[in-house]
Write a new protein. Structure first.
Length: 454
């Protein structure tokens, strides 16, 4: 079957093609979280230390995902977004097969890097296709489905990984990707509305710019996970490369990132809102289980119920919010969602009074609903500021900003949480989360109102 580039502007995607693309994009968060519960079994089987497993199987996946989002998005603009989607799925499948065959931690790390590289191509390609194949006044709706699918994949990853590992062994965590890849390819490629059309006279990918961005981001992220003089040297080197990057991009024939995008209020506002939401939400997923374990001495099962409440509310908020944005516009929707999430954070702001997970559950419901409401119109607004020829680049930049927000939030948590057994120490990061949501609410004023989304 020939690869069909998915580039034509349509009123909507065939349901089968939409389902296939959402499955493809979901592989990235699924792969990110599914491996976590399999690490002890992998370590026992291959004789690897926990630190090596974390570095090669978890950190390498995260770093690769962040570093390659923008180059992966630009690749879609150059070769066609449908082709980029197929390339990404092929990389995921290759990594999964390698993980199935090898039994050494470094080789497994290479498998994980291949899978992360595939995700870095599929997620921006999916965002570009959704933008190009959906009418402007319906984009928030399809991005709502996109957000719900990504959130669901991240949430069920540990559950699926745990079940597969217990029943079939840890290699099943890699094998499970293969049927998802196969189904996704079949659903996408069978659509007759997706026809082959290679972009003509495209310049080659900006490899030097891609390297500057990828290496710079990698060094900064690694430095954030370290301490001492090595962290300063790595972080400083990464900062220098990232400072040189925009200077190089101004001279590049086909830049990986067109910095003029950030002069467009809706693009800057939408991408920044998504980053700030992740800066507020993702650290909570790590902090609250530690709080209840170290401070209140409670088991993980009851805390999982509160986190499940956040996930369910976020998915429902994404679906409902995507439709609601068509009525009230991106500006009002993101402002309301940010304020709702802020109200949820305020609900349990006094951690001294929090005794059991039920005390935070209403707040988690509000945070999930607020973030779910905000993400679809923010993504739709940012992607609507670019033309079809830049949609992959825009998707890659927005995805990079999303990851950077999560890294910034977890880094702030690590810096502020000096004593994990002290309620006062857990209180400090909440001010960072609140500040991020307040800034997100203010940035919503950069997004279009209802009249301009049509």
């Amino acid at each position: 079957m020939s690869v069909r580039a998915i580039d034509r502007q349509e009123e909507g995607l065939p349901p089968s093609a939409l389902a296939g693309m959402l499955l493809a994009a979901a592989l990235a968060p699924l792969g990110s979280t599914m491996i976590a519960v399999a690490l002890p079994s992998i370590g026992h089987d291959i004789g690897a230390e926990a630190s090596d497993l974390t570095q090669w199987l978890v950190a390498s996946y995260l770093i690769t995902s962040i570093a390659l989002q923008s180059p992966g998005g630009k690749l879609g603009d150059l070769i066609g977004h449908g082709r980029a989607l197929v390339v990404g799925l092929s990389l995921v499948a290759t990594g999964a097969v390698l993980g199935l065959l090898v039994g050494e931690v470094h080789a497994l790390g290479v498998a994980r890097i291949l899978m992360a590289s595939g995700g870095a191509a599929t997620v921006p390609a999916t965002m570009a296709i959704l933008r190009n194949q959906t009418a402007a006044d319906r984009r928030a709706r399809v991005f709502g489905l996109f957000g719900a699918c990504m959130g669901l994949a991240a949430a069920i990853g540990p559950l699926v990984g745990g079940e597969l590992t217990e029943r079939f062994g840890w290699r099943a965590v890699f094998t499970a990707n293969l049927p998802v890849v196969a189904v996704s390819l079949v659903l996408v490629l069978k659509s007759r509305r997706m026809y082959a059309r290679a972009p003509a006279n495209q310049p080659p990918l900006d490899w030097p710019g891609s390297a500057l961005l990828a290496v710079g981001l990698t060094l900064v992220i690694v430095a954030l996970r370290m301490s001492g003089s090595a962290a300063w040297w790595l972080g400083g080197s990464g900062a220098v490369l990232l400072a040189v990057f925009p200077l190089w991009e101004r001279r590049a024939v086909s830049p990986v990132v067109d910095f003029s995008l950030f002069t467009r209020g809706a693009f800057l506002g939408g991408g920044s809102i998504i980053a700030l939401q992740n800066m507020a939400m993702y650290p909570l997923l790590f902090q609250l289980p530690v709080f209840f374990d170290r401070v209140r001495h409670l088991g993980a099962r009851t805390m999982g119920q509160a986190l499940l409440a956040l996930t369910v509310a976020m998915m429902l908020g994404s679906v409902v919010g995507g439709r609601l944005a068509e009525r009230i516009g991106a500006r009002a929707q993101t402002l309301a969602g940010s304020l709702i999430a802020l109200a949820g954070l305020w609900w349990f702001a006094d951690l001294e009074a929090v005794r059991v997970p039920f005390d935070v559950m209403p707040g988690m419901l509000l945070i999930g609903a607020g973030v779910g409401m905000t993400s679809p119109p923010a993504q739709a607004a940012s992607m609507s500021t670019v033309g079809r020829e830049q949609s992959g680049m825009a998707g890659g930049v927005v995805s990079t900003m999303r990851y950077i927000g999560g890294v910034a939030g977890t880094s702030a948590l690590g810096a502020l949480l000096h004593d994990s057994a002290s309620p006062a120490s857990h209180q400090r990061p909440l001010f960072v989360y609140a500040g991020a949501l307040i800034v997100a609410a203010a940035l919503s004023l950069l997004l279009p109102g209802r009249q301009k989304t049509r």
